[in-house]
Ligand binder design. Structure first.
Ligand code: PMP
Length: 392
């Protein structure tokens, strides 16, 4: 630099510690993290190849097996948000030229179509209307017609609030040697999921929803069949960072000697470790029941206000992310803004196929508490009254 080069002498950050407002994150995620999780994240750093850290990774795997209801050896965290789990699943389970049937009832199916195409897959878009899920009959027909290498389903479609049933799907997949991949980002811990009993071959989730931890890790599982598929690949996994051959080696799945693949997300994983401990203490059945009870309370209150569900059939309604029809004449975003400004509570608008049509309220993990649900109902009552909406 010479004298004419402008010098940056000071950053605006000097003497200004970070300030973060307190919010009730009652949208589709992230939700608020449990204080114990936040405290765990501030513990001293360890090296990512230290035995003490490996012991924590082992504990995480133990907690994940409980959450997934699996005995599979091949469980880990993928470093990245829910999308990293999605991309890892497709990159590893699908080979170029293979067919994938994508159950598509919202934005996550759409994104998997896009990812699978980038990895060279032949994509069959099995689309059903937003707010519905795929019937077992439809799944069986798609499998019969296309004999795909992979079937993707999203258990909790957070853009539409639809719950995809998984019972009987694996049996149908077995007939055609199809690998079953399931997205549980918004559903794991809120609704029953039985990885082994349901024969799920590959699944991923997210940390910032029901687990009640910050974003940054995608809980992940390969079942025995998923692992076999990985081992029998004819082509290398096209993504180096998401190659499970190396990631699982770092997680100690192939013996005590671990492979340095990437630097584990030390503090974030402390948080996940604590979140998994909290879930184990409460127990899955109690978690499922808590989420269901609060979902019912939310709808009782919303119905009293004259609001209706976007997902018409009760069997398709997801308990964790609730989609609420915006009545004619009501401005969706004005209500969201009032909720945030006056109550510090986040209520979200729609996404993808539900954009402009719904509000989305998440009841997940640490936020699945009665006081939070009542606060959301108060914000709705106030927001609707302001806009002159009354129950018809
Ligand atoms: N799948 C589902 C069902 C989700 O709800 C989300 C996040 N809302 C994702 C995938 C993607 O997760 P992330 O934003 O953490 O990458």
């Amino acid at each position: 630099p010479d004298e004419s080069t402008p010098q940056i002498t000071q950053s605006a950050l000097e003497n200004t510690p970070i300030k973060v407002p307190q919010r009730y994150l009652m949208g589709p995620g992230p939700g608020n993290a449990h204080p114990r999780v936040l405290a765990a994240q501030s513990l001293p750093l360890l090296g990512h190849m230290h035995p003490a850290f490996f012991a924590i990774m082992d504990e995480i795997q133990d907690g994940l097996r409980y959450m997934f209801q699996t005995k599979s050896k091949y469980v880990c965290l993928i470093s990245g948000t829910g999308h990293s789990g999605m991309e890892a699943a497709i990159a590893n389970m699908l080979e170029p030229g293979e067919t994938i049937v994508v159950g598509n009832n919202g934005i996550w199916g759409q994104r998997v179509c896009e990812i699978a195409e980038r990895y060279g897959g032949k994509v069959i878009n099995a689309e059903v209307p937003a707010g519905a899920a795929l019937s077992l009959r439809k799944i069986e027909d798609e499998l019969e017609r296309n004999k795909p290498a992979v079937l993707f389903l999203c258990q909790g479609e957070s853009s539409t609030g639809a719950h995809q049933a998984l019972g009987g799907v694996a049996e149908a997949c077995r007939k055609h040697d199809t690998i079953l991949v399931v997205d549980t980002v918004c559903s794991l811990g809120a609704v029953p999921f039985y990885g082994d009993a349901w024969g799920v071959d590959c699944m991923y989730s997210g940390s910032q929803k029901v687990l009640g931890a910050p974003p940054g890790a995608a809980p992940f599982m390969l079942g025995e069949r998923g692992f076999k598929k990985l081992k029998n690949r004819k082509t290398k996994v096209a993504s180096w960072y998401f190659d499970l051959n190396m990631i699982l080696d770092y997680w100690g799945c192939f013996g005590p000697k671990r492979f340095y693949h990437h630097t584990g997300m030390v503090s974030n994983w402390y948080g996940i470790r604590e979140a998994l401990g909290i879930a184990s203490e409460e127990g899955l059945e109690s978690m499922w029941e808590r989420h269901r009870r609060l979902h019912l309370r939310l709808w009782e209150g919303l119905n009293e206000l004259g609001l209706e569900p976007f997902v018409e059939k009760e069997q398709y309604r997801l308990v964790s992310v609730n989609t609420i029809k915006v009545p004619e004449g009501v401005d969706c975003l004005v209500l969201c803004k009032n909720a945030m400004d006056k109550y510090s509570v986040e209520i979200a608008g729609g996404l993808g196929p539900s954009a402009g049509k719904v509000w989305r309220v998440g009841i997940m993990g640490y936020n699945a508490q009665l006081t939070n649900v009542e606060l959301v109902l108060t914000a709705f009552k106030d927001g609707l009254a302001q806009q002159g909406f009354t129950k018809r």
